[in-house]
Design a protein around this ligand. Structure first.
Ligand code: CA
Length: 223
């Protein structure tokens, strides 16, 4: 899970990123509206924390553009006290919540969790591909009716691939999504975890679900 922070005050942005990191939430920072919009369109975020007053285009304009592009990523507005009158505008534009600055991080964390929980209701609690069953709610996976003993990272990896059946994931994209690593990180980390995951998910079974797409990455599908 990844969150986008759009905030031009670097102190606030860094404070947010650090706080989210302590909750094991990975985040990216954009320092102006256009950069925020571009990142939100490029990446798949669970939530956007969006400051209202920003250089370039403001937070309201960012949401308007996202919604016009049919981007439904939840948005939580951060707004200064003097801008509270604007909150109605913000919510009407399609923000999911707002918070008045200055705020306590615990308050923000509670709002974020509430929004993410709402979002989760739209996602399935469980998923099935052939005889593989993943229970996201209980954090369990079975194959052929037998429980797979997966580490946290292996479960995350399997959930990512199984949640996008037929879609090829490059090592870089997997590293970004699961380990919050950038492009120059060691691709072996992904390979090692993938090998361990396949040993558990596929090796004991004749019908393989995880496939290597040479030179591209990995895909999970029932062939
Ligand atoms: Ca600002």
């Amino acid at each position: 899970m990844r969150i986008l922070i759009v905030e031009d005050e670097s102190k606030t942005a860094i404070h947010l990123k650090k706080g989210l990191g302590e909750l094991n939430i990975v985040s990216d920072i954009a320092t102006n509206g256009l950069e925020g919009f571009a990142l939100a369109e490029k990446n798949d975020y669970a939530l956007i924390i969006l400051d209202v007053m920003l250089p370039g285009i403001d937070g309201f304009e960012v949401v308007t553009r996202l919604r016009n592009n049919d981007n439904k990523t939840p948005v939580l507005f951060l707004t200064a006290r003097c801008e509270v009158a604007d909150r109605v505008t913000g919510l009407r534009l399609g923000a999911d919540d707002y918070l008045v600055k200055p705020f306590a991080f615990s308050e923000l964390a509670a709002r974020i969790q509430a929004i993410l929980r709402r979002g989760k209701d739209l996602q399935p609690d469980a998923l099935r591909v052939a005889d593989l069953e993943i229970d996201f709610f209980a954090h369990k996976a079975n194959r052929g009716g037998k429980r797979l003993n997966l580490t946290q990272k292996e479960f995350a990896l399997l959930s990512l691939l199984a949640g996008h059946t037929g879609e090829v994931f490059s090592r870089t994209r997997i590293a970004e999504r699961i380990w919050n690593m950038d492009f120059d990180s060691d691709p072996k980390v992904v390979e090692v975890h993938m090998r361990n995951l396949r040993a558990k998910v596929d090796d004991p079974f004749e019908n393989k679900l995880i496939h290597t797409v040479r030179g591209v990455g990995y895909v999970l599908e029932h062939r």
